[in-house]
Design a protein around this ligand. Structure first.
Ligand code: GDP
Ligand code: MG
Length: 693
C-alpha cells in the first residue's frame, strides 16, 4: 500500500511542449532515474513506457496524457505527459487545469515553436508556474542563448538561465550549475544515472562567473532578500538563491531556464531537482472556486485536508476491460469506498479501487486527500469535468472548457450490428474526449464524427478498429461551417391552424443583429414592452428562437454570432399556445435570416510552415492556391518559416503535398483560430461539397 506523503512535498506537474521537443524522451529518463523503470524506452524504437497505447507507439507521438507518480529526493512527483499536437489540445487544456506547475520543454535548435507558444499562453491563463528546459543541446545548430532569447521575444517572458551548457551541438558534454558554481558530468556508462559534481574547468570559469552574476542580478531585481545580500557585495548562499528562484517562479515574474540533451542522458536530474525546489506544492496554489448547486452561491475550497472533500474528474480513459477515471482532489480527504456525490448528476457514487498510476499500471491507494491525483474504476455515468464531493457539502467546481469542433468526417458502419456498437463506442470515446462530437443527420441518416483536426479523427477511427475490432467506412474530412447574418433586420410571422375545435394562432415579432465573435452561440434578449407578453410564456419563446438558431439556418449550419431580440408575441388563449408560439417563432426566425442576409462562415487556423530556403517559392505558391493569408516569413540558418492564417478546409492533404515539394524536409503546424466568411463565389461550391458526395 502506498503511504500518504505530507502535502508540501507533493508536486503535480505536467511536461508540455511543441511536438517532438522531447517530452516523452525526457519523461522516460525521469522514470529511470527515479527508479520507476529499469530500462529507458526510446520513442524512436516504439518502446517508450509512457506511450503505452499501440497507436502512440506506432506513430511515435503521445496522444493521451498518461499520469505517473515518482519519488525524487523526498518529493512525490505526479507527472502528466501531455501531447504536443494541436489536434489534441483538449488533453493539454485539462492537464493544465489540474496541475500546479509545469516543465516546458524546448528544442535547443528551434527555440520557441508555435505549439509551445499556444501552451505557454494556456499556462498563463491557468496561472501555472513554470520551469523551462532547453533540450536537444546536442543537435547541430543548438543554441542556449538563442533559445533564451526566443523565450523573451516570442513569449514575452523573463527567462533566467540557472545553468550554462559546456559546449553546444557535437561539443555539448556537461553543464555548469550557476547556483552552486559546480560542473555536472553525467556518466555515460551508467546512462547518465551517476552525476559527478566537480570543480568548473579553468576554461569555463570566467564565463560561468559572469553568467552567475547576470542570474543574481535578475533575481535580485525581483526578490528583495537576495538584493540586500547581493548589493552588499557578499556571495549569497545557495539556499538563498534557491529561495529567490522559487519565489520568482511561484509569482510568475520570471522562469528559470535549464538545459540538456535527454537523448544523451545529460541534464535530466537537475530538472527533477528544479521541480521539487521551485514548483508549487498543492498548498501553494489558490483555493479552487465552485458553486453550491442548490443556491448558485460561489464558494472557495482551500487545499486543506480537514476541509470538506471535493475532486475534479479530469480524464476518462475508455478501455476494453473497464474505463479508468482520473481525479484531482482539491480539498479534504476520503477513504476508499466512502459515499460521494456527483454534483452534476446529483447521484451518489462510491470510489472503489483507487490507484496511483504508473503509466498503464496501478498501485492501490486507500485514501485520497487534497492535492492527490489518482485513477479509479467504476464511475458509471461520470464524464470529464464532473465534480465529486462530500454529499453533506455539495460544490460544483468550474468545469473544463473545450473549444468547438472544426473538422467532421462521415462514418458508416457495415452492418446493423456494427451500427449499435459504433454508437456505444463513440459514446464512450466522447466521455473520454469532450472535443469529439457525434451526430446523425435526421434527414439523410448520415452519421458525422467531428473533432479538432484530421489527425484527431484518424486516430479515433484507428483506435476503434485496433482496440475494439470495429471497422467503419469513413468519408473525406470536412470542416464544420457556421452561419451568421450580414446586417440587422426585423420580421414578424403569424401561425394559424385549426386542430379539432381549437383554433391555434400566434404571432411573433423579433429582430436579429450580428455580434462578435461570429462563432459565438446565438443570444437572446427580451425587448417586449413590460407586461405585454405574459412572463410564463417568455422562456418557451426564447427556447424556440434559440433552438431555431442551433438547428440550422438557411444553409443548414448552426446560426452563430447573432443577438435575437423579441419585440412582441400574441396568441389565442384556446388550445396550446406554446405550440402555436413555437411555430410562429421558427417562421419568424427564418424570415429574419432572409431579410438580414445569411453569411456562411468557415473555420480558419493559424499556420506555420517551415521549409528549406530553396523551396520557399513553391511553398508560398501552394499556400496562395489554398487561400492562405501569409503574414510574415522569417529566415533561419537553414530554413524559412512562413506564418499566416488559412481556411482549415484548404489544408486537408497538405502534408503530402508539402512533403513531396520539399523532399520530406518541410513541416507545418495548424491550429484552430476563428471563423470567417466563405467568399461569395465559393459558397455554392462549399455547400455542394458538404452535401454532394
Ligand atoms: P515529444 O513529441 O515531445 O514527446 O518528443 P519525443 O520525446 O517523442 O522526441 C522526439 C524525437 O526527438 C525522438 O526521435 C527523440 O529520440 C528525439 N530526441 C529527444 N530528445 C533528444 C535530444 O536531447 N537530442 C536529440 N538529438 N534528439 C532527441
Ligand atoms: Mg511524446
Amino acid at each position: 500500500m502506498a503511504p500518504t506523503i505530507p502535502r508540501h512535498l507533493v508536486r503535480n506537474v505536467g511536461i508540455v511542449a511543441h511536438i517532438d521537443a522531447g517530452k516523452t524522451t525526457t519523461s522516460e529518463r525521469f522514470l529511470y532515474y527515479a527508479g520507476r523503470s529499469h530500462r529507458i524506452g526510446e520513442v524512436h524504437d516504439g518502446e517508450a513506457i509512457l506511450d503505452f497505447r499501440a497507436d502512440e507507439r506506432e506513430r511515435g507521438i503521445t496522444i493521451s496524457a498518461a499520469a505517473t507518480t515518482l519519488a525524487w529526493n523526498g518529493y512525490q512527483i505526479n507527472l502528466i505527459d501531455t501531447p504536443g499536437h494541436v489536434d489534441f489540445t483538449a488533453e493539454v487544456e485539462r492537464a493544465l487545469r489540474v496541475l500546479d506547475g509545469a516543465v516546458v520543454v524546448f528544442d535547443g535548435v528551434e527555440g520557441v515553436e508555435p505549439q509551445s507558444e499556444t501552451v505557454w499562453h494556456q499556462a498563463d491563463r491557468y496561472e501555472v508556474p513554470r520551469v523551462a528546459f532547453v533540450n536537444k543541446m546536442d543537435r547541430v545548430g543548438a543554441s542556449f542563448d538563442g533559445s533564451v532569447r526566443s523565450i523573451r521575444e516570442r513569449l514575452g517572458a523573463v527567462g533566467i538561465p540557472i545553468q550554462l551548457p559546456d559546449g553546444e551541438a557535437e561539443a555539448f558534454r556537461g553543464i555548469v550549475d550557476l547556483v552552486t558554481l559546480e560542473y555536472l558530468r553525467f556518466e555515460p556508462a551508467s546512462l547518465g544515472k551517476e552525476v559527478v559534481r566537480a570543480a568548473i574547468p579553468e576554461a569555463l570559469r570566467a564565463r560561468a562567473e559572469a553568467c552567475r552574476e547576470s542570474m543574481l542580478e535578475a533575481l535580485a531585481e525581483r526578490f528583495d532578500p537576495l538584493a540586500e545580500v547581493w548589493l552588499d557585495g557578499s556571495a549569497p548562499a545557495p539556499d538563498l538563491v534557491h529561495r529567490a528562484i522559487r519565489e520568482v517562479t511561484l509569482r510568475r515574474t520570471a522562469v528559470p531556464v535549464l538545459c540538456g540533451a535527454a537523448l544523451r542522458n545529460i541534464g535530466i536530474q537537475p530538472v527533477l531537482d528544479a521541480v521539487g525546489r521551485y514548483l508549487p506544492s498543492p498548498l501553494d496554489v489558490p483555493a479552487v472556486r465552485g458553486t453550491v448547486p442548490s443556491t448558485g452561491a460561489v464558494e472557495q475550497r482551500a487545499p486543506e485536508v480537514d476541509a470538506p472533500f471535493c475532486a475534479l474528474l479530469f480524464k476518462v480513459v475508455a478501455n476494453p476491460a473497464a474505463d479508468l477515471f482520473y481525479l484531482r482532489a482539491y480539498s479534504g480527504a476520503m477513504e476508499s469506498g466512502a459515499r460521494l456525490l456527483n454534483a452534476r448528476t446529483g447521484k451518489g457514487v462510491r470510489l472503489r479501487r483507487m490507484m496511483r498510476m504508473h503509466a498503464d499500471r496501478g498501485e492501490a491507494v486507500e485514501r485520497l486527500q487534497a492535492g492527490d491525483i489518482v485513477a479509479a474504476a467504476g464511475l458509471a455515468d461520470a464524464v470529464t469535468g464532473d465534480t465529486l464531493c462530500d454529499p453533506e457539502h455539495p460544490i460544483l467546481l468550474e468545469t473544463i472548457r473545450f473549444p468547438d469542433t472544426v473538422v467532421s468526417i462521415a462514418v458508416e458502419p457495415r452492418t446493423t450490428a456494427d451500427r449499435d456498437r459504433l454508437w456505444e463506442l463513440l459514446d464512450r470515446f466522447r466521455r473520454e474526449d469532450p472535443t469529439l462530437d457525434f451526430k446523425t443527420d435526421p434527414e439523410t441518416g448520415q452519421s458525422l464524427l467531428s473533432g479538432m483536426g484530421e489527425l484527431h479523427l484518424e486516430v479515433v477511427l484507428q483506435r476503434m478498429q485496433r482496440d475494439f475490432g470495429l471497422h467503419v467506412l469513413a468519408g473525406k474530412p470536412r470542416v464544420s461551417y457556421r452561419e451568421t447574418v450580414a446586417a440587422a433586420a426585423r420580421a414578424a410571422s403569424e401561425y394559424s391552424r385549426k386542430i379539432g375545435d381549437d383554433q391555434l394562432w400566434a404571432r411573433v415579432e423579433a429582430g436579429i443583429a450580428p455580434t462578435v465573435p461570429a462563432a459565438a452561440p446565438a443570444e437572446f434578449v427580451d425587448a417586449t414592452a413590460r407586461g405585454r407578453v405574459p412572463g410564463a410564456y417568455l422562456p418557451a419563446i426564447r427556447e424556440s428562437l434559440l433552438n431555431a438558431a442551433a438547428g440550422g439556418g438557411l444553409y443548414g449550419y448552426p446560426v452563430t454570432g447573432v443577438l435575437v431580440s423579441l419585440h412582441d408575441a400574441q396568441f389565442a388563449d384556446a388550445g396550446q399556445p406554446e405550440i402555436a408560439l413555437n411555430s410562429a417563432a421558427s417562421m419568424t426566425f427564418r424570415e429574419l435570416l432572409m431579410r438580414a442576409g445569411p453569411i456562411v462562415l468557415e473555420p480558419y487556423g493559424r499556420l506555420e510552415v517551415r521549409v528549406p530556403e530553396d523551396c520557399l517559392g513553391g511553398a508560398v505558391k501552394t499556400l496562395h492556391h489554398r487561400r492562405a493569408l501569409v503574414e510574415d516569413t522569417a529566415y533561419h540558418r537553414d530554413a524559412v518559416t512562413i506564418r499566416g492564417v488559412v481556411p482549415i478546409a484548404e489544408m486537408f492533404g497538405f502534408l503530402t503535398v508539402l512533403r513531396s515539394q520539399t523532399q520530406g524536409r518541410g513541416t507545418f503546424s495548424l491550429e484552430p483560430l476563428d471563423f470567417r466568411p466563405v467568399p461569395e463565389n465559393l459558397v455554392a461550391q462549399q455547400h455542394h461539397r458538404l452535401y454532394g458526395d
